[in-house]
Design a protein around this ligand. Sequence first.
Ligand code: SOE
Length: 395
Amino acid sequence: MAKKQLRIGLIGYSFMGRAHSNAFHQVNHFFPSSYELVPQAVCGRDETAVRAFAEKWGYKSIETDWKKLIARADIDVIDVATPNNLHAEQVIAAAKAGKMILCEKPLGLNGKEAEKMLAAVKKAGVANMVWYNYRRCPAVVLAKNLIDAGKLGKVFHYRANFLQDWTISPDLPQGGTGLWRLDVKVAGSGVTGDLLAHCIDTALWLNGGIKDVSAMTETFVKQRKHNITGKVERVGIDDACIFHCHFNNGSLGQFESTRYARGHKALYTFEINGEHMSLKWDLHDLHRLQIFDHSDEGQERGWKSIHVSDGDHPYCGNWWVPGLQLGYEHSFVHAMVEFVKGLESGKGCTPNFEDGLATDYVVDAVLASAKSKKWIKVKQALRHRVPLNSNQTCP
Ligand code: SOE
């Protein structure tokens, strides 16, 4: 049977543009479905650079104006891989044009923006996904499956960290390509929206909603030269953030993120302690899940490390043979697999824009709490699926 083509128009071609483009190709190679992902066009302002990217990643054509890309009739899906301050405008325009939408995280600069983005995709009835890729690491999905099977029993604690060290030098400028994450006008926030957003997304998925938060943030380097203005300007982002919270299920949460933990490059870890079982995961060893099962025989009871690579582990059967591990890039492939599955079932996928809004609400509450030095209640995102247009489902 002929495959239905999903012609993708990518906006932005840096780090995330590459991660997404690789996923589009690998889905076709490793996860056959009724859809064929077609890298149709890529858009960026620098024509020479975007042309070189298109050649390297197999895009058939280029645009230098994202509005033109969105207007094209030969594009089914718009993939927004631009800096955070562009997400809302591009997503809303794409929804109005009836395109399906993939959006890099965080969904909006804040909850208010994300609300408008969610409203736009709901109104248009278009399929949508936010690239919270770590949900789709096989070991994280295994954790989700164990939790959903009730193996942990009542959950008491959820702990997560995301530690980096790349902004310690006060000589590092802010703003512009590569360094927009340090510019609050472009990024919205610092580690809270960039790194903790991942931890929050995973936590909401694994452990349910967060009720309230108490946070502190710090900006260690107060001024940096701005790459675009050339002037030394105030740094508006949070360099570090620590918060604790109550989950709706009664468990306590503790989260920390910083870009000032010398020696740590992208140390995303989480630990969940339940009544019967505890789980630990570590991005630096991402194919492993650590499990402590209290029901194990007394003398043999202890932490065990599962090498999540067997044929019956999540997604692994589609790749190599047992024992050969998967990495960072595969999490994006699996995210895209879920998007395609959501089209096939007509039910959509997660994390979708509702999930993205839920995370943005927690980020907002964390930043508000750090500012006010008070506990802040988290706005709860409505949790129902966005219905898809009939032309976006598989017969
Ligand atoms: C920042 O350094 C960053 O690239 C984030 O923006 C990503 O979302 C995270 O996965 C890795 O770190």
